[in-house]
Ligand binder design. Structure first.
Ligand SMILES: Cc1cc2nc3c(=O)[nH]c(=O)nc-3n(C[C@H](O)[C@H](O)[C@H](O)COP(=O)(O)OP(=O)(O)OC[C@H]3O[C@@H](n4cnc5c(N)ncnc54)[C@H](O)[C@@H]3O)c2cc1C
Length: 493
């Protein structure tokens, strides 16, 4: 698809707020039962609640973080209280010709955890059972990362995960899951010991190295929404450790000198350093002047003097306008870097790299930032550190294939809630132009958790040599393709 047709596909006239979903998500437009649907028969079988549109709880339930799919609303939302409810929903939906989709934290970048059929929400399945003797946490699949952190911190442990507190554990860990701790402890799926999943035939399967090992492999990086609906994840928990953490911000006038150092630090730093370095522009209304920054956010698993030494080239490149460097436990550090998010419309793309950009690459980024559209709410280019311990695992040992990279870049534009199709188009065009400009410096892979509806060769970019095996697992466990969306693993390669 040409960039132009891709943009048209994404924005689509009055369906702008739906973005890609309105045009390509035929799966949500399939017959949804109509008035003859016997919802009562489903409700009667559930321990949890079934919300129909007339229920006062319905309007605020199941909304996607990316508002591109805001207009796609389910015929009903099942708030599953337990795994048995999920089994009931999966069987009932197929018996009644009702499309279904799983939802945990609703943070899919593509807005893929919604449907015009039955939305099966695992959100109420959110207990943590912690075994301190063996340092193992069994986590309900509806658990949000912030609550998971708090629950385990209070017992002196943690599971390394992501920054945004409202992301759901299910989508996060099924796609791999990285954060500030990845270099030191691996991607989150590397700590998974077992998961339980409801498959298309309605069975609840236990998956680990010994049982249903193929599904266990696929659930570590193969992506959410592909093989069934996971109801729990059993993870190795780690004792709380000491850290140095902080944030440094510089003036945008110094962006070139600072970014040159920041990207090199991030990519070459020891495994004990986890960073999110970013170039960002944002504004509060169309045409308003923007707030522009270059910044580093970090957690270092070591003493403050070592952290300062690692950061020195950037600190010396230009004087920071804001600097916080502190010491404390991983609980303090996680609280410091935590991100609260709220729904809005955006397109984000991702790419991995092994080496820092040459000067020409940095110039290309800055050139695009100088042409960021006046209608856009935010324009962001982030570098997330990956690699370290997660690169000691082979690319095929789990479905998460991105084991050689040192950085995962994320570049994004957000638009205003009342943006016109033209304004959305301008933001999307900017993201695509940025991607085109920096593509030579990436390794060709993209992150399945930053799922990107405009990515064409997504099978290779997300899964590379693991794609064929994922298709086999799909064919074995969901031959009828019950769990599907535009970028789901197909039953045929
Ligand atoms: C603000 C923000 C910050 C983020 N920060 C990070 C980060 O630091 N690190 C990182 O790695 N990622 C990050 N992400 C990406 C995030 O990991 C993915 O968007 C992830 O898929 C979200 O999971 P979810 O459960 O919240 O989303 P959902 O939209 O509920 O689900 C995502 C996908 O998984 C499927 N799914 C949901 N529940 C289940 C289930 N129980 N069983 C099987 N499939 C299921 C859905 O159908 C959908 O296809 C961030 C996303 C946002 C919006």
């Amino acid at each position: 698809m040409s960039p132009i047709s891709r943009r048209a596909f994404f924005t689509g006239t009055t369906r702008a707020a739906l973005g890609m979903a309105a045009t390509s998500n035929a799966w949500v437009l399939q017959g949804c039962g109509g008035s003859g649907t016997n919802w009562g028969s489903l409700a009667a079988q559930l321990d949890g609640q079934l919300l129909l549109p007339s229920n006062p709880l319905y309007p605020a339930t199941g909304l996607s973080e990316n508002t591109v799919s805001a207009a796609i609303r389910p015929a009903a939302i099942a708030l599953c209280a337990n795994a048995r409810d999920v089994q009931t929903c999966v069987v009932w939906a197929q018996d009644n010709g009702m499309p279904l989709v799983a939802q945990s934290g609703a943070h899919s970048y593509g807005g893929y955890s919604t449907t015009r059929g039955l939305l099966i929400s695992v959100r109420p399945i959110n207990a943590v059972r912690f075994d301190p003797q063996n340092e193992i946490a069994t986590i309900g699949s509806g658990m949000q990362l912030g609550t998971l952190y708090d629950t385990l911190f209070s017992q002196g442990f943690f599971v390394p995960a992501g920054r945004c507190t409202s992301v759901g554990i299910a989508g996060f860990v099924l796609g791999g899951g990285f954060g500030f701790e990845t270099r030191r402890f691996g991607v989150t799926c590397d700590l998974m010991m077992e998961t339980e999943i409801v498959t298309a035939d309605g069975r609840l399967l236990v998956c680990n190295e010994a049982q249903n090992a193929d599904l266990f492999w696929a659930c570590r990086g193969g992506g959410g929404g592909n093989f069934g609906i996971n109801t729990s994840f059993t993870m190795r928990a780690l004792p709380i450790v000491a850290t140095t953490y902080g944030k440094v911000v510089w003036s945008f006038d110094d962006v070139e000198a600072v970014w040159t150092e920041l990207q090199t630090i991030a990519i070459t730093a020891p495994d004990a350093m986890g960073m999110r370095n970013g170039i960002a522009r944002s504004r509060t209304s169309v045409g308003a002047s923007s707030t522009d920054t270059v910044s580093a956010l970090f957690i270092y698993f070591g003493p403050e003097d070592e952290a300062r030494d690692i950061l020195a080239p950037a600190l010396n490149a230009a004087p920071p306008t804001e600097i916080t460097i502190a010491t404390g436990s991983i609980a303090d550090a996680t609280g410091f870097v935590a991100e609260e998010s709220s729904p809005n419309g955006f397109l984000a793309k991702s790419a991995y790299a092994e080496v820092p950009f040459p000067a020409a690459g940095i110039s290309a980024i800055l050139d695009l930032f100088s042409r960021w559209p006046a209608s856009s709410r935010a324009g962001v280019f982030d570098l997330h550190t990956v690699g370290g311990v997660s690169n000691t695992i082979s690319r095929t040992a789990t479905a998460y294939v991105h084991r050689g990279a040192q950085a995962c870049f994320e570049y994004e534009a957000d638009w205003f809630d009342d943006a016109t199709p033209q304004q959305i188009e301008e933001s999307i065009a900017w993201v695509e132009a940025l991607g085109d400009a920096v593509r030579p410096y990436f390794n060709g892979e993209a992150y399945q958790n930053f799922i990107d509806p405009t990515l064409i060769d997504w099978q290779q970019a997300y899964y590379a040599e693991n794609f064929a095996r994922l298709v086999e697992v799909k064919r074995t466990h969901d031959p009828g393709n019950v769990f599907h969306f535009p970028q789901s693993i197909p039953v045929e390669a």
